[in-house]
Design a protein around this ligand. Structure first.
Ligand code: SF4
Ligand code: SF4
Length: 119
């Protein structure tokens, strides 16, 4: 894996849960290939669900509403969201509203892997 400090806009770097791997420290340090290519993330039920249903992310899901999805709103995810100040539901809403390319461009510009939680 290549180390880079350059944050690029690439919709392929949007994780299934809506995070932007392209601005994640681990991706930039070459420690992670991003959600899609990270076979070590096979534990993740969101990733697994999107792969099984052939979805680019939960933004494309018609199976149920995000609010009602137990996989998306799992306890560990909520704890991580608080620790890392990330709001994945807001990311998914932004992808739905703006599309993948614009979301990737905005996240690259903000240099953040997630839209932050409102405090
Ligand atoms: S929580 Fe799951 S879907 Fe989101 S980046 Fe991590 S492995 Fe990917
Ligand atoms: S919202 Fe839930 S059911 Fe829909 S793709 Fe995401 S994890 Fe799967």
């Amino acid at each position: 894996m290549k180390t880079t400090s350059e944050i690029i806009a690439d919709k392929e770097l949007i994780a299934y849960c809506g995070l932007y791997c392209g601005a994640c420290r681990n991706y930039l340090k070459g420690k992670c290939p991003g959600c899609a290519g990270n076979m070590k993330a096979a534990w993740c039920t969101i990733r697994k669900c999107c792969l099984e249903n052939d979805l680019k992310s939960c933004a494309d899901c018609n199976l149920m509403s995000l609010d009602n999805c137990k996989k998306f709103n799992n306890f560990v995810g909520k704890v991580f969201g608080i620790i890392f100040n990330s709001d994945r539901a807001a990311c998914i809403a932004a992808i739905k509203g703006k599309g993948y390319d614009t979301f990737a461009a905005e996240m690259a510009h903000s240099r953040k892997p997630s839209i932050g939680r409102k405090r």
